[in-house]
Design a protein around this ligand. Structure first.
Ligand code: AMP
Ligand code: ZN
Length: 432
């Protein structure tokens, strides 16, 4: 049941001594990059003196802005001819950030992601359909190599082309898929149009879902519709991509692989550590990377360490599902709201479909929120009163949670634009 029993179940003392050793080595390597070289000189940081993980706190945080400002090679810690691949984050604004990998980086990443998917239950006899974009985005190639390493038959389907995806699933008896949750949900309608029932007409048993925030309810909807288990997969390009943190069969949080990453959770305002169990911003340091070590990276992702041990026997700590990003938070009439809060509420209401979008408007000095949400098609066929009652109920449920009365409009299934990449949940028209 373990890909690498020793690595996955080593006692915390051993894990910490490995971390110290790898941290020292990481700092030695990082010093060779123009960015950290200067930073270490200015701050008087001596990698050789590091003898505890806690000493990491002497190093300043690294932010996305730092990576962007030193684009493209400012963080490169090896000669260019050592690099065999680059990836980039899927940022939609500004210049994306790039990450360079040596052969050993790719091998390390592949192994830790193979560990993750093996942990969830994927094996050599599985047929794995990778429905993620195979470009600069890490979800395509990253999973591809990890699944090959496990020995599964890999179908590099890529993103989009929904009907063909379903055809591939049926023809080649796909058992495991890797898919963005909002796209998994979008496919409900396509399965319907084709009159294919994934529970009866496919051999699917498992999905890896990740790359964007999603609620427990959303997971349940996916699991029920496809008749599968769906495992949460978390990662970011700056830390390789997927394989940073992954759910085990206990589905009670994602193990974060501490032999590859140092994990900190901080208060994003005061930048001080928060105790285990409390929510904050995840900060990560690579421990295995040669080409481009990144130290104390502020991910902007909000989560918490789940205290206590997991029943599966792995000793690496767990993080809770990502609540959102610090930069996703909407402030409306002084109230802080995360898109995931809205999703959670919507998913609890029977009859509500799965796709939604939040639009923020400003009229004069007054901000308002419009929530457009798809609901089941029966509502449009029947009594209009029923539709209006559902709309009122949604307004009321949202108001009770976010303390703001949104305008709600109900849309027929498939009526909202959906993407094959990460879903766009908020359109803010308040900005000029
Ligand atoms: P990228 O580097 O473009 O792949 O984007 C990484 C970002 O996607 C992370 O920093 C998170 O904000 C988000 N993300 C990735 N996986 C998950 C997940 N399982 N749950 C929530 N957000 C995720
Ligand atoms: Zn576990």
């Amino acid at each position: 049941m373990y890909w690498d029993r020793e690595a996955e179940t080593m006692d915390r003392g051993k894990l910490e001594s490995i971390q110290v050793e790898r941290l020292r080595e990481t700092l030695r390597r990082a010093r060779k990059s123009p960015y950290y070289g200067k930073l270490f000189r200015d701050a008087g940081i001596e990698p050789e003196q590091v003898n505890s993980v806690d000493m990491i706190k002497a190093i300043p945080f690294t932010t996305k802005d730092d990576l962007q400002a030193h684009w493209p090679y400012g963080f490169l810690a090896v000669m260019k001819d050592e690099v065999i691949r680059m990836h980039a984050s899927s940022g939609t604004t500004g210049r994306s950030i790039v990450v360079f990998h040596t052969a050993s980086d790719i091998a390390g990443w592949t192994d830790v992601l193979a560990r993750s998917i093996y942990m969830a239950g994927m094996r050599k006899d599985d047929v794995f359909q990778n429905m993620m974009s195979y470009g600069l985005f890490t979800g395509g190639l990253g999973f591809h190599y990890a699944a090959e390493k496990v020995g599964a038959l890999v179908i590099p389907a890529g993103a989009g082309n929904s009907k063909r995806q379903i055809q591939l699933m049926r023809d080649f008896e796909t058992t495991v898929i890797h898919i963005i949750p909002s796209y998994a949900i979008h496919l409900f309608t396509v399965f319907g149009e084709l009159k294919v029932d994934p529970k009866k007409d496919t051999k699917l048993k498992m999905a890896f879902i990740g790359a964007e925030p999603h609620s427990e309810k959303m997971r349940k909807k996916i699991e029920e519709f496809y008749g599968i288990k769906a495992y949460n997969s978390y990662g970011l390009s700056e830390m390789n991509g997927p394989g940073v943190s992954f759910e085990c069969p206990a589905q009670s949080g994602m193990h974060i692989w501490e032999d590859h990453y140092v994990v900190e959770v901080i208060d994003p305002k005061t930048l001080t550590p928060v105790p285990d169990g409390e929510e904050g911003e995840l900060v990560l340091t690579t421990l295995m990377r040669e080409g481009m070590p990144v130290l104390r990276y502020r991910t902007k992702d909000l989560t918490r360490i789940i205290p206590g041990q997991c029943e599966c026997g792995r000793t690496h700590r767990r993080i809770d599902r990502i609540k959102g990003r610090t930069d996703d938070m909407m402030i409306l009439k002084g109230v802080n709201i995360f898109p995931l809060q809205i999703e959670k509420k919507l998913m609890e209401i029977p009859g509500v479909g799965t796709n939604f979008v939040i639009i923020l408007e400003r009229e004069g000095n007054e901000d308002s929120m419009v929530v457009k949400v798809e609901v089941q098609k029966e509502y449009f066929a029947g009594d209009l009163k029923q539709l209006e009652n559902l709309r009122k109920r949604i307004v009321e449920e949202l108001r009770s949670d976010i303390l703001i009365t949104p305008k709600v409009s109900l849309i027929e299934p498939g009526g909202l634009r959906s993407t094959e990449g990460k879903a766009v949940r908020v359109i803010d028209n308040r900005k000029e």
